[in-house]
Design a protein. Sequence first.
Length: 312
Amino acid sequence: MAIITKEALKNALDEAQRIILTVHVHPDGDAIGSMVAFYEALSNEGKEVTMVVDDTVPAKYSFLAQVAHIKQPSEVLDWQADMLLVLDASTFERIGKVGSLCKAPIFNIDHHISNSQFADSLYLCPEFAATGEILTYLCDSWGWPITPSMANALYMAIATDCGFFRFSNTTEQTLRMGALCVANGAQPNIVSEHVEVTTAARIEVMKEALQTIQFFKAGRVAIIALDEALMAKVGDDTDGYVDLIRNVDTVDIAILLKAVDAHTTRVSLRAKVTDVNAIANQFGGGGHVKAAGCTINANIQGAIEHLLAVIA
Ligand code: AMP
Ligand code: MN
Ligand code: MN
């Protein structure tokens, strides 16, 4: 493993001809926006680029033109490449099957403080709010053109990881990179309309989800839980649920629990003060200091007990 500079990354990209791009499973706005923007940037540099993700891409991101080119692993006919470029993923496991199917040297551009340094070459910026912020900064410093479609994708990547410029990871530079995207043609209202879209059916499910909210530790911890029946109604798009509790005045740690099966619960953690990356680490997960995730081998009630046991 080597930590590389942006100059070394640029040299490696200049030398590579065939590049396979991938992102983490359960892809979010930062993962998809970053991947399609860099797909376009690298294609404009004359590279032969394939995008692959070992998961379904939520429909709300399909307004970005290049999303239609994202492949499933089974659709990739040729895994030969000069480089496997992994965006927004902090561990080897998070890229799913792609890691074993592609044998090319792994380059990783990421912003997770918990990055396991799995790549052969790592360009890591934990102080950046989003991988999309890193890519905007790189394109700008390398003089790579940011087209209007790249700008929209990069704006979406940045905005979704910093709560549309509200969360504690929003820095002066985050805002400047967002502004640079707008200067190059990003449309904040169009991005918001697609990414924050909801439906009457989703509101109905949210009503049920609201009834599961529980407070612990004198109101410092709030938990909202989607059991298997609710998860079946919600589908893959669980964005917005943890936001129902994170702004409660007494709450420091907001937790969303998602039942996978009777023995497995996925956990999303958000905090105002506490280091939730440290909590997620205890269950083999990670993320950022104020936003992290993990999977616990227990049902929802068991997960609540395990989590409360490690929270001070
Ligand atoms: P989420 O709650 O899924 O939005 O994730 C919050 C942050 O934690 C994101 O930066 C994720 O990449 C990270 N994260 C979520 N789940 C895991 C996991 N199982 N392992 C490592 N990082 C995770
Ligand atoms: Mn992500
Ligand atoms: Mn990210």
